[in-house]
Design a binder for this molecule. Structure first.
Ligand code: BTN
Length: 335
């Protein structure tokens, strides 16, 4: 649900010109006092809004990195992704929050965003350190109408969407380390944690949540926990300029909506494979597959239409590596 605040901000932003107080009242069905109150609030938060008598209000400039529910909604042009948006200044982890909202019946596309997480979760039981002010942490709920064996593809759909959004927002080249880490200049900028909830009979997906953490405005590697200092980076470190998190998040959600719908057409990655592979790091290069049943090396030959990594072993044998079971490393370094 959009608030008066985000509606007014959206109207001003979309118009790019003066919008009269009366127009705002008529379009949004709110009183003159409500408009006036919101405009003052926005000015206090650092939005530069010009008020000219007989002309109305014009949004001149937004502060650098406003990260609020209204700001995100005013940037969002999706049908369902993120339209039902919860924003928390602080929470434990957005993944369990999203699951709770999904269990309470909230719709496909419901999104939980946090400024800070006190118990951020990474993959393989690791934690995801989540201080305020510099990162994007969000989780989106999807309610797929397909078998659980297709669910792991959603993680790849998200990875592609985040990589594309980062490229649009920053001009950086974002690579994907299969299946779902996003890497810029050899270092990780994004982690994705997807979790599935099954019906009580365990035969159908009830919903799925995809949680995404993006390192955005860190000034230096010193700001990361020591264990990841060598392998992590931020978009600001790599591009040399700050990135507005609300803009980036809105782009990620837009890309995800579009790519998810392409995936839904035939429940394979056929429509996305080419773009995914264009981002895939280490294609046609050596990889080490860390399979619990035994490590092996081979050459990465891209993905198939269901998202498995195709690895050609020295013997010429082709192995399909399933996401989730194993991790894959390049022969040298993190990627
Ligand atoms: C990884 O280990 O690479 C996955 C990290 C996923 C982090 C995100 S931040 C938003 C969401 N909430 C969490 O607690 N984890 C995910």
């Amino acid at each position: 649900m959009k608030t008066d605040r985000s509606n007014i901000l959206t109207c001003l932003r979309n118009s790019g010109d003066y919008v009269s107080g009366q127009q705002l009242c008529d379009r949004l069905g709110v009183s003159r006092t409500a408009v006036w109150k919101v405009i003052n609030q926005l000015k206090e938060e650092g939005y530069q809004i010009e008020s000219v008598s007989r002309k109305g209000y014009r949004l001149v400039e937004s502060p650098e990195d406003v990260y609020t529910r209204s700001e995100i909604l005013s940037r969002l042009h999706t049908k369902w992704a993120g339209q039902n948006l919860h924003f928390f200044e602080e929470t434990g982890s957005t993944n369990p929050d999203a699951k709770r909202f999904a269990e309470e019946g909230e719709p496909h596309g419901t999104t939980v965003v946090a400024e800070r997480q006190t118990a951020g979760r990474g993959r393989r039981g690791r934690s995801w350190v989540s201080p305020a002010g510099k990162s994007v942490y969000f989780t989106i709920v999807v309610r797929p109408k397909f078998d659980p064996d297709k669910a792991s593809m959603i993680t790849l759909v998200m990875a592609l969407s985040v990589a594309e959004a980062i490229e649009e927002a920053t001009g950086l080249a974002a690579g994907i380390k299969w299946p779902n880490d996003i890497v810029v200049n050899g270092k990780k900028v994004v982690g994705i944690l997807t979790e599935l909830s099954m019906t009580p009979e365990m035969n159908e997906i009830q919903f799925l949540v995809a949680g995404v953490g993006v390192n955005v405005n860190h000034d230096s590697a010193e700001e990361f926990p020591e264990e990841i200092r060598e392998t992590a980076t931020s978009l600001k470190i790599e591009s040399g300029r700050p990135i507005a998190r609300a803009v980036l998040l809105a782009r990620i959600l837009a890309r995800f909506e579009e790519n998810y719908e392409a995936f839904e057409q035939n429940l394979t990655l056929s429509g996305l494979k080419e773009r995914y592979e264009a981002h895939l790091i280490g294609r046609d290069a050596g990889v080490r597959v860390l399979d619990p049943a035994g490590e092996y090396t081979g050459i990465s030959r891209g993905i198939n239409e269901t998202g498995e990594l195709i690895v050609e072993r020295e013997t010429g044998e082709i192995v399909l590596v399933y996401a989730g079971e194993v991790s894959v490393r390049g022969l040298y370094g993190y990627t």
